[in-house]
Design a protein around this ligand. Structure first.
Ligand SMILES: [Mn+2]
Length: 396
């Protein structure tokens, strides 16, 4: 460790001291290069953790991991995976993450297994709670595999357990898609016991965690992460003026809801994201974020998947199933063309650079009905650009 000392100048030493004395920085504005440089050596026992229980979520985890790397995190990356993740996916995850850990609650034979026997409905939840057993790290930030990082968020490690952002549906509950926690076998056992006794009020981990960490809403405001660390697509539409005001500050986007980025398909040739088969044209996420997800996927993840799968067929996510060789060729040619202007096109509050395909025309009363039933056509008539235009006409 002595070799660290001469490398630090006064301001660096000061920033370390501040880090230890203050511990918590309420403004979360510590993205200075100095601290990042210090963190690299001293904070190797901190990690971002995610979870993939199937191949689709594994793709999400790959994109998330790539987005963390792109924004130069100094923390370790850990992926927990369930037994159903295919071997090639696992290999790609291993190339992105520092540690990939198989969690098979069914075969664990310990308290987690006993808890699962009592509450078989909570299988995935128990798998997620497993993150508390990562005791070789002193602090971790859990991130759902359906989140995407838009800038460096290492400052989250200044927060204490359990820190999380409010859930847009019920802001007195935190959303468990992004949270800061301290690994501890004791906490893990307590959570499992709590879970098997009380179940989960929403059937998932968010219900369990909110019941267990039940003072989050009232006890300590420093445990409330700003919403920009877990911006859910739903909130964009429920409070559009706020999104217009603060959306550009977003650091993490969370693709909440049933339809995930990987539910769509992608035209590698044109770089266009297409509606998914369940509800074509219906897009529940903000199109620019969706496009960004697919940029990460096609740029960094898909080439690795093609390599790992070889000639074995798999769901590439691309439109009109092409051969792996054809996709590879397209990716190479498009990445060469785009290499000078890589993924800088992202701007949440500006109008989109490549507009979505025009949707079939729906009568306005029918549209109103669909909107009220929660079936908004976010890629078409109810797209962000259209709503923004309408809103602007009122605000003027
Ligand atoms: Mn999620």
């Amino acid at each position: 460790m002595w070799n660290l000392i001469p490398a630090l100048d006064c301001s660096q030493l000061l920033s370390i001291c501040q880090l230890h004395i203050k511990g918590f920085n309420p403004n979360l504005t510590s993205s200075s290069g100095h601290r990042a440089a210090c963190s690299q050596k001293t904070m190797a026992d901190q990690a971002f953790v995610t979870l993939a229980t199937n191949d689709n979520y594994a793709k999400g985890a790959m994109v998330l991991g790539q987005s963390l790397r792109k924004h130069k995190t100094t923390k370790k990356l850990v992926a927990l995976i369930g037994p159903h993740v295919a071997e090639p996916c696992r290999r790609v995850l291993e190339s992105v993450y520092d540690e990939v850990r198989l969690v098979d609650v069914l075969e664990s034979g310990d308290t987690a297994h006993l808890a699962l026997m009592k509450r078989p409905d909570l299988g995935v939840t128990f798998t997620k709670l497993h993150c508390w057993t990562l005791t070789h790290y002193s602090k971790c930030v859990f991130m759902d595999a359906d989140t995407l990082v838009l800038s460096n968020i290492d400052e989250l490690f200044e927060r204490e357990e359990l820190s999380a952002a409010p859930d847009p549906g019920w802001p007195d509950c935190f959303n468990s898609g992004v949270f800061v926690f301290t690994p501890s076998n004791e906490t893990h056992e307590k959570l499992l016991a709590f879970c098997s006794e009380n179940g989960s009020f929403d059937g998932g981990d968010q219900g369990v965690l909110n019941s267990y960490f039940n003072t989050w809403a009232t006890a300590d405001i420093s445990r409330h992460l700003p919403f920009i660390y877990n911006l859910s697509s739903i909130a964009i539409y429920s409070y559009l003026p706020a999104f217009k005001q603060y959306g550009h500050k977003a650091k993490v986007v969370h693709f909440l809801g049933k339809v995930k980025p990987w539910s769509y398909s992608y035209d590698a040739q044109s770089g266009e994201v297409k509606g998914h088969s369940v509800a074509p044209g219906l897009c529940e996420v903000q199109p620019d974020y969706l496009r960004l997800w697919w940029e990460f996927y096609s740029g960094a993840v898909l080439p690795a998947l093609l390599e790992a799968y070889g000639d074995t067929p798999f769901n590439t996510g691309c439109v009109d199933e092409k051969s792996h060789e054809e996709i590879r060729e397209i990716l190479t040619s498009t990445s060469q063309a785009a290499s000078s202007s890589t993924s800088s096109s992202f701007a949440p509050s500006s109008s989109s650079s490549s507009p979505p395909p025009p949707p079939p025309k729906v009568p306005s009363d029918e549209r109103k009905k669909r909107w009220e039933a929660g079936q908004a056509d976010y890629m078409g008539d109810d797209s962000f650009v259209h709503i923004e235009r309408k809103l602007d006409s009122f605000l003027k």
